[in-house]
Design a binder for this molecule. Structure first.
Ligand code: DGJ
Length: 753
């Protein structure tokens, strides 16, 4: 890893063994991107990589050199109004509302070891300064007081380049930032697919891939949270790129609020990728001397397909974004009472469930919504975080102690950002809810959102929640957020600062999360927003796992977890076995398949264990003990996608996880619908050591009659054979796989040589 400055050619070369990122000074003194891609020799310079021929009607100001125009230059942090008509990274205006034609030029730089932390925002980090190097490029303007610093960190052991900007007002008059993105990256050709992870509540983060066409294509959120609809992480891939081959770039924003991520294909075939805070409803007032920091974006490059790109993000997010003792720990097998009881429980019922759960091998009992105030449905009490004595006579602390006495850990659901009008908190502080005090405020799920842009609201929540966590042995917190933000007005902000509201809300959220996670490092936090409505890199810095989706149906989860795995590691995905028929889609899936899919995540159950049949209890006991044996591989192995919902007719989904030393692996193969008399097939595995021999054992989703066929794939096989020939996929009841829909198979592989 190195960052070199070539004074003569006015060029920075950031390089590690995976990628090169070459920044050149353009003829007008601004900074441009000469190359982002495979590593290039550090001994040469690359002046020719900057495309400079002009095109007719591409804007070039009189007097500018023939071979340079802002309209087609590859610019690192583009500003508008001077001849670049593509999407800008930064726009600003003065107090009269007049746009500023910012002419930002290179004015110096600094290279330092390590990676400095951000002031107010979460970011990736290093534990040792030797793990990364950081370049800061100073941009200054002769006719404007705005100063911009561009920060680039290159990691030594990862194909990752982290980018962000800080902006300062060095003048004597107020300036408004109307757009301040985290990064803009210009590519000089049009042949790309934009890969996004989109959906809706209960079907989050499905892979959507489309060929770039002329103009702007983007995904975004204006909901105040990153949202179920689109994820703030996208990829730009060559049209032929597959899991194992081809070029692909990743862009992941470490942020949990309104975002935009997209690509613009210009008339002359250049592609500009932009990512950052959504400029919609954003206007930041910078007083003289004040500064603004953008969120960080983590860029990556792979020339060997999507799997390598995902591996880079899995390593980054699980080891250098997540933090705290839980980062490296196996996650406890939990039982969450939500789908088992909803709001209908009392202490006796919970203790009964906990006792049964303990008997099954569960390690953590989680009490979900409905334990506080007078909450028996979703119409009241958010904001009043005292336990309901009718349901819990000895409070949370009494219940938690009884559960701990059974040998289980205790976890608790909260939704701190919300308030019901029917609550003591709202009666005392109606102005703490977001929205105009005397105007209409839209209720959703009977609740308002608390104004976390206000320091006193954050302080209040901190004191209530820290008291709660001190009062009882709580080992896990599920932090929910069940509505989007409307009427984005803060009664505490002056009129000219209302455009700051959405970002200030997220800063308040991060402050609250930061204080609580710092004070309670032993508590495992799981983020949630109606399932996966805030499953983003920003929150992973505080909560190492998130509730992936409210949809716990194993067949739906195949697509959800498949898509999520492009950026997010298995350890970050809450995955539970729920009752059948499933509560979200009404589908009846074999218990074995429900577990097979959930194994690849922060595993648990979400059902009433007292309602289980004897056979299901026995099966679950066996599932949990199997999971514990393989938990490290499921949660922390290298995750590889083998066959996905978008392959063929999408009827078969398969993925696997391999331990770091390649001595153990687990493989999921799921078949959605049974097909009569299917063709022959093989499942080629990946990531194994070709020199080693592995013992293969199969676990069908339901017991299979016919021992001989059930053992068809069992036995010792070379890693080379498993990867180049593969496992046998048979016909009806193949290899003993159960007949019927929604069947699955887990294969375990252990190296014997
Ligand atoms: C939405 C969450 O995603 C569910 O798991 C559950 O916690 C409910 N909220 C409770 O209100």
């Amino acid at each position: 890893m190195s960052i070199q400055w070539n004074e003569k050619n006015r060029e920075f070369h950031l390089r590690n063994s995976f990628l090169s990122y070459i920044i050149s000074l353009l003829p007008d003194g601004s900074v441009g991107l000469a190359h982002f891609g495979p590593p290039l020799s550090p001994d040469r310079s690359y002046p020719r990589l900057l495309r400079t021929e002009s095109r007719a009607w591409s804007f070039r100001g009189d007097g500018q050199p023939d071979d340079f125009g802002l309209d087609f230059a590859r610019r690192e942090y583009p500003t508008p109004f001077r001849g670049d008509f593509r999407v800008p990274a930064l726009t600003a205006s003065d107090v009269r509302g007049a746009p500023l034609a910012l002419d930002l030029r290179y004015a110096g730089h600094l290279v330092r070891p390590g990676k400095p932390a951000l002031r107010e925002l979460p970011a990736t980090y290093v534990e040792d300064a030797a793990e990364a190097e950081t370049l800061t490029v100073y941009l200054r303007s002769a006719d404007c007081a705005l100063e911009v610093d561009l920060h680039y960190t290159i990691f030594r052991d990862l194909p990752i380049l982290a980018r962000r900007a800080t902006i300062r007002n060095a003048g004597s008059a107020r300036v408004f930032l109307d757009r301040a993105l985290s990064a803009s990256v210009d590519f000089d050709d049009p042949d790309w697919d934009l890969v996004q992870f989109s959906g809706a509540w209960a079907r989050e983060r499905h892979v959507r891939r489309r060929r770039l066409g002329p103009g702007l294509q983007s995904v975004s959120s204006v909901r105040g949270h990153s949202g179920h609809e689109h994820n703030p992480a996208v990829a730009l891939a060559r049209p032929g790129t597959s899991e194992e081959s081809g070029e692909v770039y990743g862009f992941a924003l470490v942020y949990s609020g309104n975002f935009v991520a997209g690509a613009e294909l210009s008339s002359h075939g250049e592609t500009r990728v932009s990512i950052g805070i959504n400029p919609e409803n954003f206007r930041w007032s910078l007083d003289p001397g004040a500064g603004f920091e953008t969120p960080e974006t983590a860029l990556s490059y792979s020339r060997s397909g999507f799997s390598a790109l995902s591996d880079a993000y899995h390593r980054l997010f699980s080891k250098r974004l997540a933090r705290g003792p839980w980062r490296d720990r196996e996650r406890p097998v939990l039982l969450n009472n939500w789908e088992g009881t909803y709001f209908d429980f009392n202490e006796e019922r919970l203790l009964g469930m906990a006792r049964s759960a303990k008997d099954l091998g569960v390690e953590l009992f989680v009490l979900d919504d409905g334990w506080f105030g007078e909450r028996n449905d979703d119409t009241s009490s958010l904001g009043d975080w005292d336990s309901n004595p009718q349901k819990l006579p000895e409070g949370i602390s009494g219940l938690a102690r009884k559960i701990e006495a059974m040998g289980l850990k205790f976890g608790l659901w909260i939704e701190p950002e919300m308030v019901n009008p029917r609550s003591r908190l709202f009666a005392a502080h109606p102005d703490w809810a977001i929205g105009p005090m005397n105007g209409a405020r839209t209720l959703c799920r009977n609740q308002y959102v608390l104004d976390l842009s206000r320091g006193e609201v954050v302080d209040h929540l901190y004191s209530v929640l820290s008291r709660l966590l001190r009062s009882a042995p709580v080992s896990y917190v599920k932090w929910d957020m069940n509505r989007s933000i409307t009427e984005p007005v803060s009664s505490a902000l002056s009129p000219e600062r209302q455009g700051e509201f959405f970002h200030r809300y997220i800063l308040g959220l991060y402050e609250l999360y930061g204080r609580l996670t710092a004070d309670f490092p032993e508590v495992l936090f799981e983020s949630c927003s109606g399932g996966g409505g805030r499953f983003d890199p920003g929150l992973l810095a505080f909560a190492p796992q998130a509730w992936t989706s409210d949809d716990s149906d194993a067949i739906e989860r195949l697509g959800i977890q498949w898509g999520s795995s492009f950026f997010y590691p298995a350890s970050s995905m809450g995955a539970h076995v729920s009752a059948s028929p499933n509560h979200q889609v009404g589908r009846a899936v074999p218990l074995g398949t429900r577990a097979s899919v959930a194994f690849f995540g922060a595993f648990g159950y979400e059902l009433d264990p007292d309602a289980l049949s004897g056979a299901d209890r026995a099966a679950i006991k066996e599932q949990i003990s199997f999971f514990k044996e393989w938990r490290t591989v499921f949660q922390f192995g290298s995750f590889l996608r083998l066959r996905g919902p978008e392959d063929g007719d999408g009827n078969e989904v398969s993925w696997m996880s391999v331990s770091g030393d390649q001595s153990r692996a687990v493989v999921l193969f799921a078949r959605v619908l049974a097909r009569p008399n299917p063709p022959f097939g093989r499942l080629r595995l990946r990531g194994l050591d070709p020199e080693r021999t592995y013992r293969v054992s199969a676990r069908p989703s339901v017991p299979v009659p016919g021992e001989a066929s059930a053992r068809l794939n069992d036995g010792s096989r070379g890693g080379d054979e498993l990867m180049s020939v593969g496992l046998l996929l048979g016909g009806d009841g193949w290899a003993g796989i159960p007949r019927g829909d929604f069947a699955s198979w887990i294969f375990t592989l252990e190296a014997v040589t």
